[in-house]
Design a protein around this ligand. Structure first.
Ligand SMILES: Cc1ncc(COP(=O)(O)OP(=O)(O)O)c(N)n1
Ligand SMILES: Cc1ncsc1CCOP(=O)(O)O
Ligand SMILES: [Mg+2]
Length: 423
């Protein structure tokens, strides 16, 4: 159980908070949140042992919680000014900063500022309410800010259309776009981004993506390709492995021989040097990798994501697939985030739709794979379910039998989120 305690001047938000939390309960997106009102001037959120405090538009210098700025009076500060302010103060969250043609939300992430931008801000109270609900549901700050903007927009358009329903934002059109070098208005807005703009990456053959074993030796890759596996990845985490380059060369040759989609994890320079089919990069890898070089070399790219903002940011780079994880607890990799579960996965899949192939990863075994597949993902990536199987050939066979789509997948996909069971 988590709790959200509002100061009494924010009680008007309750009419938005309660239906949103009911929605989240229905979709089983997180722990139940109890809501209360107090006389303190701040919002208090408790999630297990963690506590967050937030204030809106108050200039208390010694307040150690999040300071949300969402009231703006002309002349507005520039986007660049607010970018610098957020870079310098990790506690400042800028919401709905007006610009000539829209509005920007800005927050702090690992010493930098990140932002999303959209042309219509939507409604103010629903935006605040979703920000607080999403934090209480233990979404990371960047997802809470992003969801809040999407909900503000969804709320406004549904009330204009006369439906008047409060619903969890699902469709891409409602979501703001991250400000990256690929955003067409990034320069006009004055946002300074570290990355360089990159052209879309080559596509994968989505039909061949279904089963995606991730393994740590070239020998495993060979063995899987012999079993007919059509997509796989070499993931060697020891960069000092003396056989690293040889193994990368081996899997590229094997992939060509079997006409399979063989990805190299992390080592994008080696992947370019030996002309691999593709590379897989995580969020940390993205900080240092040269995406333009990877794209220009004609390699495919798969990007790891762990929530709404990272998904939307990945979309900006037009990758060959988007990985969504981790879905269930895993012992293969130490994860800084919590498992997403099937219900959040289903919503991420709906957000991406069929614009990019998706790969679910993390703790997926054969019994869980069916429910994962029913969310509509294009692919299921597994480590232990293959490498620790008593009979890997039988495991590959069993996954292959499960991971097929009927002839008219759209008819199935429409109903996906209604049919997802609890994790
Ligand atoms: C298909 C797929 N999805 C996710 C990952 C994880 O990548 P990353 O976050 O960079 O972590 P490492 O695998 O490098 O430890 C992956 N490798 N493949
Ligand atoms: C590499 C990686 N990235 C996210 S979870 C994961 C490991 C998945 O391994 P397993 O299938 O054994 O849980
Ligand atoms: Mg990596």
């Amino acid at each position: 159980m988590s709790s959200l305690c509002l100061p009494d001047h924010l009680t008007p938000l309750l009419m938005h908070v309660e239906p949103l939390l009911a929605n989240a309960d229905q979709y089983q997106l997180g722990n139940t949140v109890s809501v209360s009102v107090s006389e303190s001037g701040v919002v208090d959120i408790k999630i297990e042992e963690r506590q967050l405090s937030l204030i809106f538009n108050q200039a208390e210098a010694d307040f150690s919680g999040f300071k949300i700025l969402d009231q703006w009076y002309a002349p507005y500060p520039s986007v660049r000014e607010m970018q610098v302010k957020v870079e310098q103060d990790s506690r400042v969250i800028v919401c709905g900063l007006p610009t000539e043609k829209g509005c920007v939300d800005i927050w702090h992430h690992n010493g930098e500022a990140r932002a999303v931008y959209c042309h219509h801000a939507g409604a103010g109270e629903p935006q605040r309410a979703m920000l607080l609900c999403a934090l209480a549901l233990d979404y990371p700050l960047e997802d809470a800010v992003t969801l809040a903007r999407a909900h503000a927009r969804g709320y406004q358009s549904s009330h204009q259309d006369g439906h008047g329903e409060v619903s969890w934002p699902v469709s891409r059109e409602l979501f703001p776009r991250p400000l990256t070098a690929n955003h067409p208005e990034v320069d006009v807005l004055g946002w300074q981004s570290k990355e360089v703009a990159v052209e879309p990456f080559c596509a994968t053959d989505a039909q061949q993506l279904a089963l995606y074993p991730v393994v740590d030796t070239a020998e495993w890759v060979d063995r899987l390709l012999e079993l007919g596996v059509k997509t796989t990845q070499l993931r060697i985490k020891n960069s000092q492995d003396p056989q690293l380059e040889t193994q990368v060369q081996q899997i590229i040759a094997a992939g060509n021989q079997y006409q399979a989609q063989v990805f190299v994890n992390d080592y994008w320079q080696l992947a370019i040097k030996h002309q691999a089919y593709g590379v897989h990069l995580g969020q940390e890898d993205l900080e240092t990798a040269d995406l333009v070089a990877i794209q220009q070399a004609g390699l495919r790219i798969g990007l790891s994501t762990h929530g709404y903002y990272e998904i939307l940011r990945a979309v900006e780079f037009s990758p060959s697939y988007i990985a969504l994880g981790h879905i269930f607890p895993t012992t293969t990799k130490e994860m800084p985030s919590k498992p997403q579960g099937l219900n959040r996965l289903a919503l991420y899949q709906k957000l991406i739709g069929d614009t990019f192939p998706t790969v679910a990863i993390g703790g997926i075994d054969l019994p869980r794979a069916e429910k994962v597949w029913r969310t509509g993902v294009s692919s299921v990536a597994v480590v232990r379910a293959i490498t620790e199987a008593s009979d890997p050939a039988m495991a590959v066979d069993a996954f292959n039998q499960l991971l097929v789509r009927p002839e008219f997948p759209d008819a199935i996909n429409e109903k996906i989120t209604d049919r997802i069971d609890a994790d």
